[in-house]
Ligand binder design. Sequence first.
Ligand code: ZN
Length: 274
Amino acid sequence: MSYPELAVHTFTTKSWSMSECIEGYARRGIGGISIWRETLEGEDLCSVARQVSDAGLTGVSLVRGGFFTGKTAKVRNDALEENRQAIREAELLDLPSLVLVCGATVGQSPRENYEQIRDGIGTLADEAASHGVRLLVEPLHPVYAGDRSGIPSLKVANDLCAELNHANVGIALDVYHVWWELDLAEQIDRAANHAWLDAYHICDFKPEQDHLLTDRGIMGEGCADLIGIDHMMSEAGFDGLREVEIFSSKWWARDQEEFLDEILTAYDKIYRPK
Ligand code: ZN
């Protein structure tokens, strides 16, 4: 069986090296890869780009940039520099987009965080375009609004894209973060109608989690209406890859081949019912 419409984030198989990810995904007929900067440590980017293309994988995104907020101009400028570096890396890797976890700073108001994020992305959008890299805002579940992201819903991500009104800024939708939104179908349509709906991350939201970051579910293990969301995406005209992005310390402690097999079994059940 092959999975041309599916990509995997390298952080999903966290204990694998870059080459193990590329080989492991390609061997299963998975079509694409999103590359985490953590997996790239010590790697030669041009050689990674070559390996990805030789393996027949489509590069989707570099993950991740962002963290634009900060109490001083120096902190915010350092963040811009770090993002410029990430944009250059994405270009070297032939990845067409950079996913942004936008940041939030404890002690700042939601409005201050939002405005610093808007200004940071606004500063970089043209530069990123000149490198051929699209900037994708990933809204995060509001539980992360304290210190990870001042963009706590798809609605706010849409509002941000509307305010920036820049052809090089779009959205990465992750079911883990947005499954609970009552106006999800409407906001997905809104994003699609403005050509902001660029990326689609899948996993599941377990109602009881041992850890806020590293206990995400394989599709079907949680309570998100994955089939319903998938219909919303296809009805809105989304035709990109579904990208599996699962952080799970439980699964990371196990054989990653086995983990990937479990993921594909779950994927077949939900997205390819007989
Ligand atoms: Zn994601």
